[in-house]
Design a protein around this ligand. Structure first.
Ligand code: NAP
Length: 309
């Protein structure tokens, strides 16, 4: 069993990391670091540095703070010889992520930069089905109510918080996993509330090298039905991944009906982290993050109504 500490006790730490670690056969949750929160039954600290000083026998840390705070914590932990698991989005900038990968290699420690949506129940079968098919077009509809899913998360609206790309990058992480060809951002429209630094909605046109179009609509203003869907038309049938990758239909027939386990993605993440540590390897796939950066590079900015929670 590896001893692990969790940094940043907020929604995702409480919903996923802590319950999954409490049941893990590979990790013992030994410590937590958070400025305003504590976790029962473990050593608690207010900073990652204090946790690393106070628990020098930790083998690994999981970083669950917002992305703006990832780099310094990960750098410190690698310098202290710890294996590091990073929540998505991995950092505030792509250069930070490149540097962490270098530091992980230099330290001989595992850096696991996670994409939890890739572990959703329908994704592996979608990838297998698409691997031998020719694409016609792809449509992504990722629309959720920010007030329901991100209550009080001021960081998401700040520079480096990514706004609607915080969930949207999950869709891109699935696309980069299941589509058999690379693709690029061709156009983007970013809708930014007048009182925020990050977009509340984004419309993106991606395309493959041979011109197959991928249209993505991300929106944080969705009330009523929430949509986390990917539709792929191929020359030999159509595929629909819905509920964030949980359910898979092919030509209207259910292939993966969805998982009843709310922890399926994060249980898989921690199994993979344990395997990577045992094998002395890292897993860093920056493609989804670079595509988000590219949308910011080429995106047309539109000012929209102020966001008031
Ligand atoms: P959250 O509820 O705001 O929790 C993050 C925690 O990090 C905060 O409670 C805060 O705890 C700590 N923190 C440290 N530095 C911070 C800073 N500069 N600004 C704000 N908080 C800071 O956010 P979350 O939903 O758990 O998301 C955290 C990360 O997980 C994000 O990168 C997100 O994309 C990812 N994620 C979230 C979900 C989800 O469903 N929410 C799902 C998958 C992945 P203290 O104040 O106690 O330090």
């Amino acid at each position: 069993m590896k001893r692990i500490g969790v940094v940043g006790i907020g929604k995702i730490a409480r919903d996923q990391h802590i319950p999954v670690l409490r049941r893990s056969a590979d990790f013992e949750l030994a410590a937590c670091a958070s400025r305003n929160a504590e976790v029962e039954g473990v050593a608690n600290f207010t900073t990652a540095e204090a946790m690393l000083d106070g628990c020098p026998d930790l083998d690994a840390i999981a970083i669950c703070t917002p992305p703006q705070a990832h780099f310094e914590t990960a750098r410190l932990a690698l310098a202290r010889g710890k294996h590091v698991l990073l929540e998505k989005p991995p950092c505030a900038t792509a250069t930070e992520l490149d540097r962490l990968a270098e530091l992980g290699r230099a330290a001989g420690r595992t850096l696991y930069q996670t994409w939890h949506s890739r572990h959703a129940a329908g994704v592996a079968a979608a990838r297998r089905w698409l691997s031998s098919r020719k694409l016609r077009c792809v449509r992504v509809t990722w629309k959720e109510d920010v007030r329901q899913w991100h209550p009080g998360q001021a960081w998401i609206w700040q520079a480096g918080g990514f706004g609607v790309f915080d969930p949207g990058i999950n869709a891109i992480s699935i696309l980069t996993e299941i589509l058999p060809q690379p693709f690029f951002v061709r156009e983007a429209d970013l809708h930014i509330p007048s009182n925020c630094k990050s977009p509340i909605a984004a419309d993106i046109v991606f395309a493959t090298e041979d011109g197959i179009r991928i249209d993505a609509a991300f929106d944080f203003r969705q009330t009523g039905t929430q949509s986390w869907d990917i539709d792929v038309e191929t020359e030999a049938g159509a595929l629909r991944l819905s509920d964030g990758g949980d359910k898979l239909m092919i030509d209207g027939t259910s292939v993966a009906p969805g998982s009843s386990d709310p922890h399926v993605e994060y249980a898989a993440i921690y199994r993979r982290f344990a395997e990577l540590i045992a094998a002395g390897r890292s897993d860093v796939d920056g493609r989804p993050f670079r595509l988000v950066g590219d949308a910011f590079f080429v995106g047309r900015r539109h000012v929209t109504a102020p966001f008031v929670e």
